[in-house]
Design a protein around this ligand. Structure first.
Ligand SMILES: Nc1nc2c(c(=O)[nH]1)N[C@H]1C(S)=C(S)[C@@H](COP(=O)(O)OP(=O)(O)OC[C@H]3O[C@@H](n4cnc5c(N)ncnc54)[C@H](O)[C@@H]3O)O[C@H]1N2
Ligand code: MOO
Length: 415
C-alpha cells in the first residue's frame, strides 16, 4: 500500500462507493441453535411454525361453572334453573367425566372445559346451594353455548407461521415461541467484535484525566453501539502507538469484525492503515465525508471468510460517525439485521442553513424539538459534547451543497 503518512490523502472515496465495497463482501453469518429462554433480541434464522395449538384444549376463560348452555335457557331471578354440581375442573387438573344437560362442574379460568360442556357460566351469575346430599347450582341468567370457552387454537392454531426468518425476536415473540412448544430456536450467530484502542495518551475509562493524558471515551461509545447492533464484544484491546503492537492488536484474535480507534490518519504515529495493509488489505482509506474523512476499512483473512477491519478516526465524533456509516451496518448485516440506520426518524424545518460541499457527505449534529431543527454550532470532530447536546443528526448527501434555512429535513434521532 502507498504510505500516505505525512503526505495526506490525494483522493477520497465516496461514501456510496465505500458502502458498496462493504455490501459486496459482508454477508449474514451462519445460524446457531439457542434455547428459547436465551433467544430474545436474537435474529431468527428460520421460519417457525407452531408445533402445537394454543390453547390445545378447550379452556375456561372465566371462573364459574362449566355447563351445557341450553340447560340454562329460560333461567331468571324469578325462575332460577337448578343444575346438579358433579365435580370440579382446575388448571392442570381436569374433570375426568362427561357433563350432561342439567349438570354443572365448578371451573376456574384456564382449566379444560369438560367433555359435554359448551359454556362457562360466570361465578357472578349463579350460586351454590346445598340440598340434601347434593350441591345445586342455582342459575339466575342463561348462558349461550360457546360463552367463555376459548376454542382450541383460539390464540394460535397448530401449523401457523408464528415468526419469520429475519425477525429480531422481542420479549413477547420468545414467549409465543415457548407457548407453541419451541425448545431450541435457530438464530443468526452474533458477530463477535474486537475493539482495538490505539494511543499513548489514553487512560482506561474510569480514570481521572491527568497530565497530558486523556480518558479513552471511544471504547465506551463503541461498546454501547456494538451492543445496540447485536454484536458480541470481546474485551477491549489497548495498543500503544508502536507499529508492531498495533499490527498485533489488529491481526490477533478471531473475531468477525475488528474496530480500530485512532491512528487512522496521516501522522507519523498513524500505524493502523499500514498494519492493516501488511496483514490484509486496505479497501478504502479516506472518505469524502465530514467528519471522519480519514476513516477507512479493509479485510484480514479469516476462517473461511475475510474479516472486516474498520479504521475509525480517534476524534470522538469522527469515531462515532465512522462507526455509524460503515461498521454499524456491517455488524447488523452479519447478524441478520437490516443495514439501514436503526435510528427513529423525524422531520422538521431548519432554523439556520447547513453548508456542505458537493461530493461530500456531512454528519450534522442538530437539536430537534419535533418541528424545528437547529444545527449545533460548536461541532468540531473532537467535541464529543456536540453529540450529547444534539437530539440527532441530519445527513447531507454528496449531491447537495447543504440545506437552506426553512427547508424541511429528516433527522435521525439519537434514541
Ligand atoms: N495532515 C492531516 N492531519 C489530519 C488529518 C488530515 O486529513 N491530514 N485528518 C484529521 C482528522 S479529520 C482526524 S479525525 C484526525 C484522526 O486522526 P487519527 O485517527 O489518527 O486519530 P488520533 O491522532 O489517534 O487522535 C485524534 C484525536 O482523538 C483523540 N483520541 C484518540 N483516541 C481516543 C479515544 N479512544 N478516546 C478519546 N479520544 C481519543 C486523540 O487524543 C486526539 O486528540 O486526524 C486529523 N489530522
Ligand atoms: O474527520 Mo476528522 O474526523 O474531522 O476530525
Amino acid at each position: 500500500m502507498r504510505d500516505v503518512r505525512m503526505r495526506g490523502f490525494r483522493k477520497r472515496t465516496s461514501v456510496e462507493e465505500a458502502l458498496a465495497a462493504l455490501v459486496s463482501r459482508t454477508v449474514e453469518l451462519e445460524a446457531e441453535r439457542v434455547h428459547v429462554t436465551q433467544a430474545s433480541g436474537r435474529v431468527l434464522a428460520e421460519d417457525v411454525a407452531a408445533a402445537a395449538s394454543v390453547p390445545h384444549f378447550r379452556r375456561a376463560a372465566m371462573d364459574g361453572w362449566a355447563v351445557v348452555g341450553a340447560s340454562t335457557f329460560g333461567a331468571s331471578t324469578y325462575a332460577p334453573v337448578s343444575l346438579v354440581l358433579i365435580g370440579e375442573a382446575r388448571p392442570g387438573r381436569p374433570f375426568a367425566g362427561v357433563l350432561r344437560r342439567g349438570e354443572a362442574v365448578r371451573i376456574t379460568t384456564g382449566a379444560p372445559v369438560p367433555e359435554g360442556a359448551d359454556a362457562v357460566l360466570m361465578a357472578e351469575r349463579a350460586e351454590e346451594i346445598t340440598r340434601g346430599d347434593q350441591t345445586i347450582v342455582s342459575v339466575a341468567e342463561p348462558v349461550s353455548p360457546g360463552k367463555h370457552v376459548s376454542a382450541i387454537g383460539e390464540d394460535v392454531p397448530a401449523g401457523t407461521l408464528v415468526a419469520r426468518r429475519g425477525r429480531k425476536l422481542r420479549p413477547q415473540d420468545v414467549g409465543l415461541l415457548a407457548s407453541v412448544g419451541a425448545g431450541l430456536v435457530s438464530v443468526v450467530r452474533r458477530p463477535r467484535v474486537r475493539v482495538v484502542i490505539t494511543g499513548d495518551e489514553l487512560l482506561a475509562p474510569g480514570s481521572m484525566p491527568e497530565g497530558s493524558c486523556i480518558v479513552d471515551s471511544n471504547s465506551v461509545v463503541l461498546a454501547a453501539l456494538v451492543a445496540r447492533d447485536g454484536g458480541a464484544l470481546s474485551p477491549t484491546v489497548r495498543a500503544a502507538d508502536r507499529y508492531e503492537l498495533v499490527r498485533e492488536a489488529i491481526g490477533g484474535g478471531d473475531e468477525d469484525v475488528v474496530l480500530v480507534s485512532g491512528g487512522s490518519s496521516v501522522g507519523p504515529e498513524d500505524h493502523a492503515p499500514l498494519a492493516l495493509a501488511e496483514i490484509g488489505e486496505v479497501t478504502v482509506h479516506g472518505v469524502a465525508m465530514r467528519p471522519s474523512s480519514p476513516a477507512g476499512f479493509g479485510f484480514v483473512p479469516g476462517d473461511g471468510r475475510p474479516r472486516p477491519v474498520f479504521l475509525l478516526p480517534g476524534n470522538p465524533v469522527s469515531c462515532l460517525c465512522a462507526y455509524e456509516f460503515f461498521a454499524g451496518p456491517t455488524i447488523r448485516a452479519l447478524g441478520g439485521l437490516p443495514r439501514a440506520w436503526p435510528h427513529p426518524r423525524g422531520k422538521g424545518r431548519l432554523d439556520a442553513k447547513i453548508v456542505s460541499e458537493l461530493g461530500r457527505v456531512d454528519y450534522v449534529r442538530v437539536k430537534y424539538d419535533g418541528a424545528r431543527v437547529t444545527p449545533i454550532m460548536t461541532s468540531g470532530a473532537s467535541i464529543l459534547s456536540s453529540t450529547t447536546r444534539a437530539d440527532g443528526v441530519v445527513l447531507v448527501p454528496a449531491g447537495s451543497e447543504g440545506h437552506g434555512e426553512g427547508e424541511e429535513v429528516e433527522v435521525l434521532l439519537y434514541d
